[in-house]
Design a protein around this ligand. Structure first.
Ligand SMILES: [Zn+2]
Length: 330
């Protein structure tokens, strides 16, 4: 009996030691990168105010407030809200301080019943929705996501939930967007859009295929060799020059900047411990409002940018992306 207990305690001692070691490996100071994120339940929606001619309908989900001049169908609202709510949840599971919800309670989502009202509010023709930094809100066409038109009316753009994820990532990083370089915010938004599968589910274990497919699909008019702006060029784009390229360039070319940004962000997130640590420090400094220009230099020093571009090219070639950067890498 005695022996048995001693043995038992020895065994549990060994077991305890093993568990301690495993626990020490599995819960380091920094969380692990998730492999998958799946919402546990569908998002809860509360109708806060029923609208009429003088006031909008107001719906609340956990993180967002939707305002709409028209009543929204529950069925569509449910998928929309589940995808929207997945965004702050998935961002909070990434071991980097990326989240920065707008201040003042639930973040706003302003719904427009049709294209005309959407364009009047600053929306672009053919687009389904966008994030407005000035309004700290997502502007969205109801006829795309929430209230598909009845038969016979003009066909709106197809609901693109990956695009919705992209815009919601901007909203969920709102507090820091003014301090982050454009390529970084756009690359991060594209990273989550690529990882998103459907209904608020994200697969990080398939991130390479997802990134490859997203870039290839967006530049499907190119043959096998995709031309992208170089790392130095992309990192030098200001919000203004970025916008100018979209407005004045060909529509089919605008994704190129997003493509480069996505590949740079992927290198920061998955290019080894040093890059990830540098990204964490960079974001901590941005959150603490240390001077931004200097922070970018610490994140990827100017002298390393051409080197990184070469690495991105050689990394992706055997993984199904043949890249040609439009600025010389030497
Ligand atoms: Zn964007």
């Amino acid at each position: 009996m005695q022996l048995f207990s001693e043995r038992q305690s020895l065994i549990s001692g060994i077991l305890f030691l093993t568990i301690t070691i495993v626990a020490a490996q599995e819960s380091p100071a920094v969380k692990r990168w998730p492999t998958i994120y799946k919402p546990k339940t569908k998002a809860k929606i509360v109708t806060l105010q029923r609208g009429d001619e003088t006031r909008p309908y107001i719906y609340h989900t956990r993180h967002f407030e939707l305002r709409s001049p028209i009543a929204l169908s529950r069925r569509h609202l449910e998928k929309f809200a589940t995808v929207a709510e997945s965004v702050p949840e998935v961002i909070s599971r990434i071991p980097l301080p990326l989240l920065g919800m707008p201040p003042g309670g639930r973040a706003k989502v302003l719904i427009f019943p049709d294209e005309d009202s959407f364009i009047k509010a600053g929306g672009v023709q053919g687009a389904a929705g966008y994030y407005s930094g000035k309004k700290a809100a997502i502007m969205l066409r109801a006829d795309t996501f929430l209230h598909p038109p009845t038969a016979g009316s003009r066909l709106p753009p197809k609901a693109d939930y990956d695009l919705l994820v992209h815009e919601f990532v901007h909203l969920c990083m709102h507090r820091n967007l003014g301090y982050l370089p454009t390529w970084f915010s756009e690359g991060v938004a594209e990273y989550f859009a690529a990882a998103h599968t459907d209904f608020g589910v994200y697969r990080f274990d398939h991130i390479l295929q997802s990134i490859r497919n997203r870039v290839k699909q967006a530049l499907a008019h190119e043959n096998n060799l995709l031309t992208l702006p170089g790392v130095v060029e992309t990192m030098a784009l200001t919000p203004k020059t970025w916008q100018n390229r979209i407005v004045h360039g060909k529509a089919v070319d605008s994704y190129r900047m997003y493509g480069s940004s996505l590949l740079i962000v992927h290198a920061l997130f998955h290019g080894g411990t040093n890059r990830r640590d540098a990204t964490r420090t960079f974001l901590q400094n941005i959150n603490a409002r240390k001077p931004a220009a200097n922070q970018v230099e610490l994140l990827i020093p100017t002298k390393e940018r051409n080197q990184l571009q070469k690495r991105i090219t050689t990394y992706w070639r055997p993984r199904g992306l043949r890249l040609k950067f439009s600025t010389a890498s030497d």
